[in-house]
Design a protein around this ligand. Structure first.
Ligand SMILES: [Zn+2]
Ligand SMILES: [Zn+2]
Length: 256
């Protein structure tokens, strides 16, 4: 399985417009960027999420063909580049008329509840792309098999203030397994299917006292990187883990 992280920025990219902190200024000076969250699997031209920077990300990576798109959740930083299906899949009509026609169709996969949440907000766009034949939306039942790859969603109800759902994808090829969990993965589910993976790509979460304070204040609790790792490694229940934390006198916010 060959994959590329096209972007690992969160809902704000780097360098940030109008920000002149040391990191943003250095990025401007040296010409590097960290764009919106997206991953591409080369084996079968599979893209995960379409941030608004996706055109630049695909161009930079030299990717010319996207056959499948999987969405994790509706948030704009993951969906606002969905219009690439028009950019990639249209061509001039061969009847010498002023019309762009479909030359390919990208299949768009999402779990049922994520589809509902995306359609509620962006449905008119997807309806149009289906009408002109550049996209076809499919609901994932249990999993999707593409070539030798199996892609399985684990949907969670997030603690984000919008109280909507996000998806963690398990991508497996024979014995090899990759987990893709880029955003809104609190509470991180305990799931045996995650075990034995070769690579786990996670939302960074937060670290440090300042961020702990912000996380504590809300409006919703974001998980720390340490807690994500603990959650993955530690077989204790949340309750036991909170108690263990208290015993150790460690700062932190109850996980559940
Ligand atoms: Zn999100
Ligand atoms: Zn996000």
């Amino acid at each position: 399985m060959k994959l590329t992280i096209l972007g690992s920025g969160g809902f704000r990219v780097l360098p940030r417009i109008g920000c002149h902190c040391r990191v943003c200024d250095e990025a401007r000076e040296k010409g590097y960027r960290r764009l919106g969250p997206s991953m591409f699997i080369h084996d079968h031209n599979i893209l995960f999420d379409t941030p608004e920077d996706i055109v630049v990300e695909l161009l930079d990576a030299g990717i010319e063909d996207v056959e499948h798109i999987f969405y994790t959740h509706w948030h704009p930083d993951h969906t606002f580049g969905a219009r690439i299906v028009e950019q990639m899949n249209t061509t001039w009509s061969d009847k010498m008329e002023w019309r762009m026609v479909s030359k390919a169709t990208t299949t768009i996969h999402m779990p049922g509840i994520v589809r509902e949440e995306i359609m509620e907000r962006l449905g008119a766009f997807f309806d149009f792309w289906e009408l002109v034949g550049v996209a076809k939306v499919e609901v994932i039942e249990q999993s999707v098999v593409i070539g030798g790859l199996k892609i399985e969603p684990v949907v969670i109800e997030t603690r984000h203030r919008t109280m909507t759902h996000s998806t963690i994808y398990i991508i497996s090829s024979g014995e090899k397994k990759v987990i893709y969990a880029p955003c809104d993965i609190t509470p991180f589910p305990r799931d045996d299917r995650f075990h034995g993976c070769e690579l786990m790509i996670l939302q960074t979460g937060w670290w440090g006292d300042e961020m702990a304070e912000r996380a504590r204040k809300g409006p919703h609790y974001e998980i720390s990187f340490e807690e994500i790792l603990e959650d993955y490694k530690n077989p204790l229940s949340c309750k036991d883990r909170n108690r263990a934390k208290e015993r150790q006198g460690r700062k932190g916010v109850p996980l559940c």
